[in-house]
Design a protein. Structure first.
Lengths: 202, 231
């Protein structure tokens, strides 16, 4: 039978749709399974890179990815990476997130044992390119303004963007994004001070 | 769906780059156009990623054009294109992770770019595989050019820079492209969506005026207005 005649039959269309859906799903499954390990490895490498980036050079000499403690934060398990120099615990690194202008902003922050910020970096976000993406270190130095801050310095009510009476700059045209980052980091600082013994001892 | 006469490569290239330019003539793909053209670099990155997807999707659609019946072609193309974009997204993430970190934001946006489906419908389904690939390339490059131009203009007036962060996308060798106007704070309006629409409007008006003048010189009536598309 010739193809044109088959193609016009009613039964041909659901079969065709089903076949295409199956083939594409199959292709996606193959792609997902063959890229899974590589993506996981790439993300782990990213994590190691970012972990070492929020800590000052020579701050720790252990493999942070292997020295972890898990606590509940906002009803979700939170992995806390601990930085040691020799065997002495020097500080911790963990990830916080907050809803920004268009989706979650994931921030990695490092705090030393006394509760002072060592640094913060945005890991993942979907903010507007050209406006909100200044929270990335690659685009702007803004994220460095957290370095050296602690819960008393500035005082708690100054942990906000300047528009809200705080000490952190906002960007022209994007207030929601930096506000979310500040809120996320502040939440992390409060969490650290409240659970200090669990985090450092556990 | 018999193949019509195959258009010439030169003609396809000309139409894609200028005559039927995705942005300036067909007014397609307005969502990604407004969303990513806040800087020249973003426009360029989005354009290149779209070009790659457009070429492959045109090839795929052209390959299956005899099998697909016309009643269900749209859902079939949508599934094929969405699957393709997802595979590209995962492959880039896995094996070109550094590039993915720059382009990753744009890849998912390509699915909602109706220029891809538009070319499948308007060209690939009626033409052979090779010429469809050429059409994908031409349309993609036309799109890239349009996004880059709009991005550069918005970036220049909006932030006073040109191609900022281009070295993130293209590699450190392209740092020379990056320019900055010293002491210019930028006009925020240009970065926000209204600036995008305004710039696009001026560019469209410019293109129309140019075409009308060419037509007058040639003694022909001005070309018909482009039909605005639906997305």
């Amino acid at each position: 039978m010739n193809l044109d005649a088959i193609r016009e039959k009613l039964g041909y269309q659901p079969v065709l749709l089903g076949t295409v859906a199956l083939l594409v799903s199959g292709a996606l499954a193959v792609a997902a399974s063959s890229t899974h390990d590589a993506i996981a490895a790439a993300e782990a490498a990213d994590l190691r890179n970012s972990l070492s980036e929020v800590l000052p050079k020579g701050f720790a000499d252990n493999d942070l990815v292997k020295d972890v403690v898990t606590l509940q934060y906002k009803d979700k398990p939170l992995t806390i990476y601990r930085a040691r120099l020799g065997s002495e615990l020097k500080g911790v690194v963990f990830q916080v997130s907050e809803r920004g202008y268009s989706g979650e902003i994931a921030v990695l922050m490092a705090v030393d044992v006394s509760g002072k910020m060592l640094g913060a970096r945005v890991l993942k976000h979907t903010e507007t390119p050209g406006l909100g993406d200044k929270i990335e270190i690659a685009k702007d130095k803004w994220i460095l303004s957290f370095d050296g801050k602690s819960l008393g310095e500035p005082p708690a009510d100054k942990w906000a963007v300047k528009k809200d009476g705080g000490v952190f700059d906002q960007f022209a045209g994007a207030t929601i994004t930096p506000r979310a980052v500040v809120k996320a980091v502040k939440g992390g600082m409060v969490f650290f001070s409240e659970h200090k013994t669990d985090i450092l001892g556990g | 769906m018999a193949d019509s006469n195959t258009p010439s490569v030169g003609n396809v290239m000309k139409e894609g780059l200028w005559g039927q330019n995705v942005v300036f003539a067909q007014l397609l793909a307005m969502c990604p156009t407004m969303a990513v053209t806040t800087s020249g670099t973003n426009g360029l990155g989005m354009g290149l990623a779209t070009t790659a997807v457009l070429i492959v999707s045109n090839i795929l659609v052209s390959m299956i054009r005899h099998t697909v019946s016309s009643q269900v072609r749209i859902p079939v193309f949508v599934v094929v294109i969405a699957g393709l974009v997802t595979v590209v997204d995962m492959a880039l993430n896995a094996w070109m992770h550094d590039l993915y970190k720059v382009l990753g934001l744009f890849i998912a946006l390509i699915v909602v770019n109706c220029a891809i489906l538009g070319r499948a419908e308007a060209f690939a389904v009626k033409n052979g595989v090779l010429i469809s690939a050429v059409d994908g390339l031409a349309m993609g490059l036309g799109f890239t050019g349009a996004l880059t131009v709009i991005g550069l203009i918005r970036e220049f007036f909006g932030s006073g820079t040109l191609f900022s962060n281009a070295s993130n996308l293209l590699g450190p060798g392209f740092a020379f492209l990056e320019m900055k106007l010293p002491g210019y704070g930028g006009a925020l309006l240009m970065i926000l969506p209204p600036g995008g629409f305004a710039i696009l409007g001026f560019l469209l008006a410019g293109k129309r005026a140019m075409e009308a003048r060419q037509a007058r010189h040639a003694g022909k009536p001005a070309p018909a207005h482009a039909e605005p598309a639906h997305c």
